[in-house]
Ligand binder design. Structure first.
Ligand SMILES: [Zn+2]
Length: 402
């Protein structure tokens, strides 16, 4: 579907009046050219020359490194051709590597490999968990069922921003949700949220909803730009500097509402880990548990996986513990010995367009996981008879022969 052009908003803006009172009617009606321009910019998937250069230029390079592992990263809307150049520049001396993208709930092909980071719901554990799944791209022809399973979750997740905007803009309908968010806030030591801040959040939620509607973006190739953080990004660019304190409160409130919308996720929209793994294995896929500290009990569920991430930027402190636990798990008989993985979990869009005030954005870089060289971690890996080279070679073999 092509974006529908319903005409640009009028250049004569009365936003000053609307912003001052945060009236819901003004939010919908007095959309200015500036609002439209900021929205278009935030949701554009076209890269300009400078952005293309940023996409293909790594922030770090290692001219000596002969091997790299990159099986947990998110290209988002950045073309893979540019990322391929980025990897070549990061590791010019590499002779042994494995690089497979793992977009959230979307299978992507990179050279001879395909991969995805899939959300699944473990009913016994009662929580959503994630799995990294990698396979040979030439298996894609027979992967229809697997792709449908993963896409069902993608479509469900894609509606979350709209749910959040609805909750914020129709407080009557979403009253219980919003009230519970507010009481959450009261329990936290943070400063309380004024009703003016709630009005501000509502105003921008309504405005963003109107912009999404006008743009015809849903179902287009820009659909994936409808991320939960779009509201925050939009507000940070549109709220006036003198309202910074109010903005901070409004963002706090939005965060609480987001949390309550996420908590209401329906398990029916997700497959179980066992169901997805079974389908993945029929394609000869490999399966890795990413950042297990985010959902520890998964390690007790006896899933048929190839390995665990013992290190990830979101869970950097348990690498030694996880490596030792992985070694113990390997003492028991199992179909495939567990391999130690590390995921940099790089999200590429943050390299191109940083969220204002997001200090973490520039952090990870595809293929760089410094923990391999940390003396304590390296010692634990050696004891466990694990190494990056072994993981690359053994996992590649499993994928090739799977
Ligand atoms: Zn990830």
């Amino acid at each position: 579907m092509k974006p529908v052009d319903r005409g640009l908003p009028s250049s004569r803006s009365t936003e000053e009046a609307g912003d001052a009172h945060f009236s819901p009617r003004a939010a919908e009606r007095n959309i200015s050219e500036k609002d439209w321009a900021v929205f278009q910019r935030l949701t554009s998937v076209k890269l300009n020359a400078e952005e293309r250069l940023m996409a293909e230029t790594p922030q770090r390079l290692d001219g000596e490194e002969t091997e790299f592992l990159a099986v947990h990263w998110h290209p988002e809307w950045i073309p893979l051709g540019l990322i391929e150049k980025r990897l070549q520049k990061s590791f010019p001396a590499a002779v042994n590597s494995l690089a497979i993208p793992t977009q959230h709930n979307k299978v992507m092909v990179f050279g001879q490999w395909a991969g995805v980071e899939a959300d699944v719901y473990d009913r016994a554990y009662g929580q959503k968990v994630q799995l990294l799944i990698h396979f040979r791209a030439d298996r894609l022809a027979g992967a229809g069922t697997f792709i449908n399973m993963v896409e069902r979750t993608y479509n469900y997740r894609a509606h979350q921003l709209l749910d959040i905007l609805r909750s914020l803009s129709e407080p009557e309908e979403a009253a219980p949700r919003i009230l519970s968010s507010l009481s959450d806030q009261k329990m936290s030591p943070k400063k309380s949220i004024t009703s003016e801040a709630v009005q501000m959040a509502r105003f921008y939620a309504i405005r963003l909803r109107a912009l999404i509607e006008m743009s015809g973006i849903q179902g287009s190739d820009r659909d994936e730009m409808l991320k939960n953080r779009l509201l925050t990004d939009f507000m940070q660019r549109r709220v006036k500097a003198r309202q910074a304190a109010l903005l901070e409160q409004a963002l706090c409130f939005i965060k609480a509402v987001k949390k309550s919308v996420k908590a209401e996720l329906s398990p029916e929209a997700f497959y179980s880990p066992q169901e997805l793994i079974e389908e993945a294995r029929s394609l000869g896929a490999g399966v890795v548990i990413p950042h297990p500290p985010l959902f520890w009990p998964i390690l007790l569920s006896g899933l048929d996986v190839d390995g665990w991430e013992v290190w990830n930027p979101s869970t950097p402190d348990q690498a030694v513990f996880l490596t030792e636990a992985l070694a113990r798990a390997n003492e028991r008989p199992r179909k495939r010995k567990l391999l130690a993985f590390m995921g940099d979990d790089t999200h590429m869009s943050a390299k191109i367009r940083q969220t204002l005030g997001d200090k973490k954005a520039a952090g990870p870089e595809i293929g760089f996981q410094e923990a391999w060289r940390n003396p304590a971690v390296a010692g634990a890996l050696q004891k466990a008879r694990q190494s990056r080279a072994n993981t690359i070679n053994e996992y590649r073999n499993r994928l090739l022969n799977g």
